[in-house]
Design a protein around this ligand. Structure first.
Ligand SMILES: Nc1ncnc2c1ncn2[C@@H]1O[C@H](COP(=O)(O)OP(=O)(O)O)[C@@H](O)[C@H]1O
Ligand SMILES: [Mg+2]
Length: 412
């Protein structure tokens, strides 16, 4: 039987060829969204900071929530996964969730807080504090989803006047507060790990911020760690400075040369495989230290190499495979649902380079006025392809997207 990976028999799958140190079965790299890499390079400070947030909250001190912000493929989801692991190690209840454009946030949260309560305290042991939290969660669930679909297991009296105002911000604050009180009562903490928060609407994000604010004021051991693209739509002015006071912003960026080197070299070393120095240098240069690109490069060059020392010549060969793979699996999927005009806009922007570009400069490149192309630009921002690092400027949310656009549409 021939499998897609070129193996000739299922019998061979899973068996390591002892003679071959770069056997594909041993390939240690993890070029997949959210996959924990064998070596998490360059994030020690962030992990320590998160740990200290948990410790402060557990001891009744206040601290800000955490927001990990960065481009696609820099390792935000992986970082949240590590936060989850650390939280569990500290005996916190950790509740992960991914925000999506198609899922309503209210009902999603109702489900998460219910889960958190059952983990904090099994129903048989509910005291008055936990029972009250169950009642508040029940009210909240009934408010955001009146058919009662989210109340299984919450067969307690609904608490009147808590989480039933129909004002999402008030109700959310009530529900997190009562959950936080239960956590404190059982001497544990709760952290919600919310990925892709750029999909929250302005109202939802503001409600979340308000609820966190209330929990901080009440010194409750409950917090949020979120991750998302560097674009919080519609959050400007007051809400923005408010958010800045309530969140530790972690700018998740590409790895510096030493960390990038570790990300490539260390997983191989564990398998007894070495890289020529020049080979690693070439990978770092090509990938700019972006974690996803590093993993993809590691995977391809491993599969192509003779071993046990991966050479610069093999890296040079693998580069074409890496580029083809990135184009197919990472870049093209981002532009597939773009219109012709949107593609032209992206291409015009790419011609100006990778850094943030002024809206008027891109318009000029297209022979149009800023007003004419403003709706186009707004759509690309809404689709998450661009974000606005400062007023009047836009930047790609995908690293090296400029280079891709020049490859994708060579003549312009
Ligand atoms: N610190 C790191 N060191 C090495 N590889 C990493 C690191 N962080 C993430 N990766 C790898 O990078 C890729 C993208 O990670 P992911 O967390 O999905 O990024 P994001 O959520 O920012 O788009 C994955 O293949 C993952 O294994
Ligand atoms: Mg992610």
């Amino acid at each position: 039987m021939t499998t897609l990976s070129g193996l000739t028999s299922f019998d061979k799958v899973g068996k390591v060829d002892k003679e071959d140190p770069v056997d594909r079965v041993r390939n240690p790299y993890t070029p997949n969204a959210g996959s924990a890499p064998p070596v998490l390079a360059g994030r020690d400070a962030e992990l320590k900071d998160f740990e200290s947030v948990l410790e402060r909250l557990a001891s009744g001190k206040t601290d800000k929530a955490v927001a990990a912000i960065g481009l696609r493929g820099v390792g935000k989801t992986v970082l949240l996964g590590e936060f989850e692991r650390i939280a569990r190690e500290h005996n916190w209840v950790a509740v992960p969730a991914e925000i999506s454009k198609t899922k309503e946030f209210g009902p999603q949260l109702a489900n998460l807080v219910r889960k958190a309560l059952f983990q904090l305290s099994p129903k048989a042991r509910w005291n008055d504090v936990a029972k009250r939290a169950a009642g508040v969660i029940r009210s909240f669930s009934m408010t955001v989803q009146p058919d009662g679909a989210l109340t299984a297991g919450l067969d307690v009296e609904k608490i009147d006047g808590a989480a039933d105002s129909g004002q999402f911000d008030e109700d959310l604050a009530d529900v997190l507060e009562s959950l936080g009180e239960t956590a404190r009562d059982v001497r544990r903490g709760v952290v919600f790990l919310l990925d892709e928060i750029q999909f929250l609407s302005k109202d939802e994000l503001e409600a979340l911020i308000g609820a966190i604010h209330r929990c901080i004021q009440r010194r409750l051991p409950i917090t949020v760690a979120c991750a998302g693209l560097p674009q919080l739509p519609g959050v400007a002015g007051d809400a923005k400075s408010y958010a800045e006071r309530l969140f530790h912003y972690i700018q998740v960026i590409e790895l510096g040369p030493a960390d990038a080197r570790q990300a490539i070299v260390a997983p191989a070393a564990e398998e007894g495989v070495r890289f020529e120095d020049a080979a690693v240098d070439a990978i770092i240069e090509y990938t700019d230290g972006y974690p996803y690109f590093l993993q993809e490069f590691g995977r391809w060059v491993w599969d192509l190499a003779e071993g046990p020392v991966i050479t610069a010549a093999e890296v040079a060969d693998a580069r074409y495979l890496v580029e083809a793979e990135l184009d197919e699996s990472f870049f093209k999927t981002r532009v597939q649902r773009s219109t012709k005009e949107e593609l032209r806009y992206l291409r015009a922007m790419a011609a100006l380079g990778p850094e943030p570009q002024k809206a008027s400069d891109v318009a000029e490149q297209l022979g149009k006025t800023s007003e004419q192309v403003a709706p186009l630009r707004a759509r690309l921002i809404a689709k998450g392809l661009l974000y606005t690092p400062k007023f009047g400027f836009a930047e790609f949310t995908v690293p090296q997207f400029d280079k891709f656009m020049l490859r994708y549409i060579p003549d312009f």
